[in-house]
Ligand binder design. Sequence first.
Ligand code: CIR
Length: 253
Amino acid sequence: MFKNVIVKNPGNSFINGLTTSDLGKPILKKLFEQYEKYVEALKKCGVEVTQLPANEAFPDSTFVEDTAVLTSEFAIISNPGAEARNREIEDIEPAVKQFYDKIYYIKGSGKLDGGDVLQAEKKFYVGISDRTNEEGAQQFKEIVEQEGYEATIIPLKEFFHLKTGIAYVGQNRMVVAGEFIDHPAFESYEKIIIPKEDEYSANCIQVNDYVIIPAGYPATNQKLHDLGYQTIELEMSEFRKHDGGLSCLSLRF
Ligand code: CIR
């Protein structure tokens, strides 16, 4: 069960953030509405939401997931791989300190974005991407192994972040798309396979009794319902314009 979630409000500078998509410029009014619904949905899932103020100096800082990895026992402050985002950790660290005594750091030339880290019970999967390098992944692996967890490092072929294409939804089940559908690292899981056209919906989040998914993916919704999950669908269009998905907007622990 997750008890807490940390989110960080998006600011007006969101429109100046990083993106690789050609979906157009985010409309701030819609973005703020979508964000408010996101926070409401988390509250419906029964978690206490810590809502940090926006920091206009860091346009992408609403994507808090990239700045830390939080478990039930310890926290890891990441070292975000995009130069423009690296100092976002300065706002996250004090918030994390309110909840954790045991905090580790990814350091030096080791880079790691939390979006490249997937936790499934006592196992972590860490993607090597444009943002997370081998050294960052190795530092992460050493930290979690010393805490009694396992970690598997996965070089990514196509996805932006590891969690762009995969989600763990409990009960030994993974929602998988693209390069992860047949990936040997996930062989032992029951898979919910997402076809190419619905790929964006692979970035969903299980929060206690619900799975939150992006709106507009009825086939994904149906698959989850057939397996007995309750879902909440949220419009994510404005975050998607800047490569953001549901997992990126919160730290759940
Ligand atoms: C970035 O390029 O860093 C942001 N515009 C999007 C980050 C999305 N985060 C995530 O997938 N964990």
